[in-house]
Design a protein around this ligand. Sequence first.
Ligand SMILES: [Zn+2]
Length: 273
Amino acid sequence: MRPAILILAPLIASLLTSGFAQTTSKAPEDEKAVWPISRSREPDTNLVVFPFGPRNIGRYDFHGGIDIYVKRGTPVGSILAGRVLYMNKSTVLVQHSDQRKTAYLHLDSVEVSKGDSVKAGDIIGTAGDINAKDVHLHLTYLVGPKRFIDEVESRNPLEILPHKTPPKPNVQFEGNSATVTLDPGLMTIRRITLACNDSTTLTLDYREIIKQGRKPRQNQNQSGIKIKASRPRRNEGNQRVFDLLLEPIDPEQNLRQVIIEDLNGVIISQTEK
Ligand SMILES: [Zn+2]
């Protein structure tokens, strides 16, 4: 038996590999992500306080994941099936297919080991505040070849997490700046373009900003635009929102129009001053 298994092993491995590649290209049911707290495929965005992209946590930064606020000890599930690539006492990195990975940070406890297979929704640990100021789950979605967590590979987790269609962002002009009001749980912006009177266009591309690496992405000046973000607040309808304030750095460039594209490159808002 033993020699036969040894001979068959590479064949089995290649069959498994090709089978795996095939299932990902077919995008079976298993490939749909579940939310990490509800472990449900229903849209579940109410607990997201800080989205992917510009945010304000008392100071500006460009956030490489989403922050989900829950009580300490709340079970956290893997959002897709995969294998645990790395873990330590507060972090789990799960490898999925096609160079996709998800990372779960600030965990209070970790309930998987390196090499473990998980299904979508399987518990990988519990929420905590290790290496964080308050208790929340930081979820990072990464696409790329790296075998560790490097947020240059980060993408907006809403690319794969089920969510509702966001409402059309409200854009207000004041002086030479524009304020875009957004729901952090439905923050699906990929690009924002400021069109100016002299026919120049300035474009923030969230994916390009993150690719610059940790330090350059924290710069509030990107692509000729000064970015500010407000702390999350409640609007008249008691929904959590935050404001993104955008302004051409060059005062000679008179802001005329704001064009917002979603994660699929679809224009979701085009507002004239
Ligand atoms: Zn975070």
